[in-house]
Design a protein around this ligand. Sequence first.
Ligand SMILES: N[C@@H](CCC(=O)N[C@@H](CS)C(=O)NCC(=O)O)C(=O)O
Length: 203
Amino acid sequence: MAAAAAPARSTKEVLPPALGAVSEPPPLFDGTTRLYICYICPFAQRAWVTRNCKGLQEEIKLVAINLEDKPAWYKEKVYPQGTVPSLEHDGKVTGESLDLIKYIDSNFHGPALLPQDPAKRQFADELIAYADAFTKALYSPLISQVAMSDEAVAALDKIEAALSKFSDGPFFLGQFSLVCYANPFELNPNAFCFNSHRNVCEL
Ligand SMILES: N[C@@H](CCC(=O)N[C@@H](CS)C(=O)NCC(=O)O)C(=O)O
């Protein structure tokens, strides 16, 4: 299955300002689907990229939260865990970025971001389940620029081996899928930067 691209948008999305402690909450549970994010959060960027890859900019409204000046209502009224991302959809709010990317892919229209092929699907689940461990292993060497640990080298070896598992295209599952950006470092391996997703987020 070749993952089709979302139709190109003619206008660049104007991103809403981040809401802080003195900002009013949006009108919760009014039927609007909202993705609560922080622009620089790599976990939130996973869900934001998914929304944009599927062309859901109109269906899923972004609500940006300023985590350095977090509004109390976010934890009290929206998402008790207090983390981003979270998704308000169908009268409830759910979180956890790796769950949300699958949820958005399977509950909204737009190009499928996971293949139908059972072997690819199983490998996708394995790589997605490994994403947070990979991020943890690479965080210190790449962000704090400390020496590469054995754990970090092993994580890179594992991901490199994963790239050659399917040879019918240049991506992890052959075709572009949500596995490509589940790990914050994977989408733009030359940059090795948590903010590397932002270019895609702003498509
Ligand atoms: N396991 C969560 C982690 C989310 C997370 O830790 N997000 C951070 C921002 S990058 C957060 O919301 N922290 C709460 C805070 O800073 O108040 C997920 O994957 O969604």
